[in-house]
Design a protein around this ligand. Structure first.
Ligand code: SF4
Length: 344
């Protein structure tokens, strides 16, 4: 007779930090590479580094108005300046954007403003300016806290810059967010775990995490061609992201993005992209998190049983089974038992 091991996985608890973004509308304003004078090896826009803004303020206004009209439900709205190093822009330029965004905050139409920038572009004066215009959230592009990785990636800042910037941002009472990457040159799983552990000490509210893709026309592509850099496999990248997110379980940080947003240039079909590219990277990583949790909950030995029943909330069944049933197959091989994944 078959003895069944029943295991119940509290996926809601496991994935609680992964924010359901449906509770807020974001109006993204992209200012690509604006204000950045750096040459990170994974970035392919260095040719236009330091270029001044050609984002027309009237266009931004039009975009905001259009987006505002399109929102149907009563949710909080945030204007977010993405894509560049906002505080590296000329002060006048920053003020131009902030003033516009702040008019909507003052009218009560928009709840908050977010900017993203580099750790070495934060100072007391900069923070005072952002405060004046009601910026709520500052996202720091950290990428790694390992000096060798930062150097090899030509980030142009050190981990000390991150520490200094994060402390100041907290001191001035902004909401702090971090962006980090897995698979940077000279990085390892251990370095990525150390990075997140060090960053969590600053009690960030939000985290974005990306796997490194090799873009043609980037320095990383040259390194790749010379075999000085090997991108992660999709399997490894998803596994490393899952490990990092696993470290966030006991914190209050919300994981607001896993993997780059798919676009025409960033997709499985894009020919100029090498690395762990998947249009469903986030799903891959989440399914690894669920897999790790299942493994943690399977007792080492249960004599006599030849099947394991894993009960999981219905909405998470596909994450538990994994892409192309990868998790189920892996578990069956690892435990040499039949694995039944059952919704409850
Ligand atoms: S700081 Fe950001 S925008 Fe500037 S080169 Fe690096 S990745 Fe590109």
């Amino acid at each position: 007779m078959t003895n069944l091991n029943d295991i119940h996985i509290d996926t809601n608890e496991v994935l609680k930090n992964i924010v359901n973004k449906d509770n807020q509308y974001t109006i993204p304003i992209f200012i690509p590479h604006l204000g950045c004078k750096n040459e990170c090896v994974f970035c392919n826009q260095r040719k236009i580094s330091g270029a001044s803004s050609d984002v027309d303020i009237e266009e931004v206004k039009k975009l905001v108005e259009e987006r505002l009209k399109s929102f149907k439900q009563n949710r909080k709205i945030q204007i977010a300046f993405f894509g560049g190093s906002f505080t590296g822009l000329d002060k006048e330029e920053q003020i131009k954007f902030l003033k516009l965004a702040n008019t909507y905050v003052e009218k009560g139409v928009v709840e908050s403003i977010r900017i993203s920038t580099r750790p070495d572009y934060i100072s007391k004066d900069i923070l005072k300016l952002l405060k004046r215009y009601n910026v709520k959230t500052i996202e720091l592009g950290v990428q790694s806290m390992d000096e060798e990785v930062l150097l090899e990636s030509k980030r142009g800042h050190t981990s000390l810059d991150v520490i200094r910037a994060a402390r100041l941002i907290n001191l001035y009472n902004f909401e702090l967010g971090f962006q980090i990457m897995v698979g940077l040159p000279k990085s390892t799983k251990e370095k990525e775990i150390e990075t997140i552990d060090r960053l969590l000490k600053f009690k960030p509210k939000q985290l974005r995490i990306y796997p490194v893709y090799v873009l043609k026309e980037s320095q990383l592509y040259e390194m790749y061609k010379k075999k000085d850099y090997s991108p992660l496999t999709l399997e490894d990248a998803a596994g490393r992201v899952a490990e990092v997110i696993g470290r966030c379980r006991k914190s209050n940080v919300s994981i607001i993005r896993i993997g780059l947003q798919s676009t025409e240039d960033i997709s499985e079909n894009a020919k100029d992209l090498i690395g762990p590219v998947s249009d469903n990277f986030g799903e891959y990583a989440l399914s690894k998190i669920v897999l790790n949790e299942i493994i943690k909950n399977i007792p080492k030995e249960k004599e006599g049983s030849d099947e394991i029943n894993i009960y999981i909330p219905k909405r998470y069944i596909s994450l538990a089974v994994g892409p192309k049933k990868a998790n189920k197959k892996y578990l069956e091989e690892r435990y040499n038992k039949k694995i039944n994944i059952i919704g409850e």
